[in-house]
Design a protein around this ligand. Structure first.
Ligand code: ATP
Ligand code: MG
Ligand code: MG
Ligand code: MG
Length: 471
């Protein structure tokens, strides 16, 4: 029996409903009243007020399937079998209700009895000092000691700054030798894709006051998260999350458009997977009202969209193509997210506009960059000048990370300091001309950029979510 993604989502929610949970709709990707987070990156994130006691939950047991974005994983996307910038996180939550015992038993019951995974391929990990969790896995579930992995604080203690925290217990699935890195130490916890982490159970029992003073929470909580795409990957017994039913349909669409075949060439495959992933992020982000801009969430969206365009070009796709792919995203996911269908026209309009704007200059920009590289080669240089990097940004709309990434593929870099200086210079110039307000046209983007730097939420693209990610 091979369950589809939409079926698995329903099975999970129904299972936890049968255990007394209230199934709630996914929250928006845009955090509500939470300045610490740019985009929702876990099932727990939008439920924070219930965990801290700031708000009363509608029930003390809740289950969700939450849309998530993790731009911090962008480097992994296309390269590993298990990372997307967008994914869905299944979760069950207890606000001062049940605790470790029930949580572990239900994790096991769902995986082995409801979904029917082979128990001999499942490996739990626990926080090294969490003997309570060990006893449950070992004595009650019956997993032999040598199959339970004890990890340190870095891996199995969930916390980020101030607030609720505690030990966690994760479940890994052994996909078999063919997915392994072959290194002698390859086992549970290895970064390769053989032992795939599927489910994280966080036992929130402490509160950190922000200075590492821990107090036992009045009410202990449970927060769990399982990637729906990873679960589907294992249940459907396919190579990666890009081979599960919904994502395969999208991937096939990408291949058809480009006239390329999957699994013929590594670089091509990476581009196929990146495009498949990014168009999902883009479609879902816009459906939650995020618009492309040069700061904050809008910048994340703009970068993902432009990166998708570029990988489409790398695959040989001509003209505009993202709207057509967004349609396939919607077809695959409207079962769980009817708002996609409702907001279709809006989504298509935003994508079409942004894509057209970038398309006007992308080919020109790419060829200018190629000329710059040529020039560098001639001069024996490996660092693109800040002035040139800025020109690509300012005139051709290349997000700086895109330029950086293209260069990196050839072992080159750009002058970050020089780029910032050129940016400052430009800003000073436009201020001289327009004063500090009423920017328009091209200068509007300069204004956005300025705002980005002033905004406390925005701490630079790569650091965006590192802090708030569940480990
Ligand atoms: P990994 O170590 O594989 O990067 P993680 O430890 O960062 O995963 P958690 O923060 O524990 O992941 O999130 C809970 C679950 O969400 C994971 O066990 C996994 O199933 C899923 N998940 C996390 N990140 C991603 C991602 N980028 N794409 C798809 N699923 C993900
Ligand atoms: Mg984890
Ligand atoms: Mg992990
Ligand atoms: Mg991770």
């Amino acid at each position: 029996q091979k369950y589809g993604v939409n079926e698995l989502r329903r099975m999970f929610l129904e299972f936890f409903e049968s255990k007394g949970h209230l199934a709630m709709k996914s929250f928006s990707l845009v955090p509500h009243n939470d300045k610490s987070l740019l985009l929702i990156n876990s099932g727990m994130a939008p439920l924070k007020p219930y965990f801290t006691g700031q708000e009363i939950p509608p029930r003390r047991r809740v289950t969700t399937c939450q849309k998530c974005i993790r731009t911090g994983d962008i480097e992994n996307v296309g390269k590993t079998a298990r990372h997307g910038t967008f994914f869905e996180m299944l979760g069950n939550f207890s606000f001062g209700d049940y605790f470790k015992n029930e949580a572990i038993h239900w994790t096991w019951e769902f995986l082995t009895e409801v979904v029917g995974l082979d128990p001999d391929r499942l490996y739990p990990s626990i926080y090294q000092d969490d003997d309570e969790a060990f006893e449950i896995w070992n004595k009650e579930i019956g997993i032999p000691e040598e199959r339970i992995f004890r990890f340190g604080k870095e891996d199995n203690f969930w916390e980020h700054g101030a607030g609720p925290c505690g030990p966690c217990s994760e479940v890994y699935y052994d996909r078999g030798e063919k997915y392994g890195c072959g290194e002698p130490g390859c086992t549970v916890g290895c970064e390769c894709d053989r032992y795939m982490e599927i489910w994280n159970n966080v036992f929130t029992q402490f509160d950190n006051d922000g200075h590492n003073n821990y107090t036992e929470l009045e009410q202990k909580n449970i927060d769990t998260g399982m990637g729906l795409e990873r679960l589907a990957c294992i249940v459907q017994d396919v190579d990666s999350m890009f081979d599960i039913d919904t994502l395969k349909a999208l991937r096939d669409h990408v291949c058809n458009m480009a006239g390329v075949e999957y699994q013929k060439d590594d670089n091509t495959d990476t581009s196929i997977r990146v495009l498949t992933d990014h168009i999902r992020s883009v479609t879902f982000m816009i459906s939650d009202g995020i618009l492309p801009s040069n700061s904050g969430r809008g910048y994340v969206l703009r970068r993902l969209l432009r990166r998708a365009c570029r990988h489409g070009r790398l695959l040989g796709i001509k003209g505009a193509f993202l709207v057509e792919l967004a349609q396939t995203v919607i077809d695959g996911s409207k079962d769980g997210y009817p708002e996609l269908e409702e907001k279709k026209d809006f989504i298509f309009n935003v994508i079409a506009k942004e894509e057209a704007q970038f398309n006007k200059t992308i080919d020109q920009g790419l060829s200018i960059l190629a000329d710059m590289e040529e020039e560098m080669k001639k001069n024996g240089e490996t660092v693109l000048s800040g002035k040139n990097a800025f020109k690509l940004y300012d005139t051709y709309g290349f997000p700086i990370d895109l330029t950086s990434e293209i260069l990196e593929e050839k072992g080159l870099t750009y002058d970050e300091k020089g780029f910032e200086e050129a940016q400052k210079e430009q800003r000073a110039k436009s201020e001289g001309t327009f004063g500090t307000h009423n920017y328009s046209g091209k200068d509007a983007s300069v204004y956005d950029q300025l705002e980005a730097e002033l905004s406390s939420e925005f701490v630079g693209y790569d650091q965006l979510e590192v802090e708030s990610e569940v480990t």
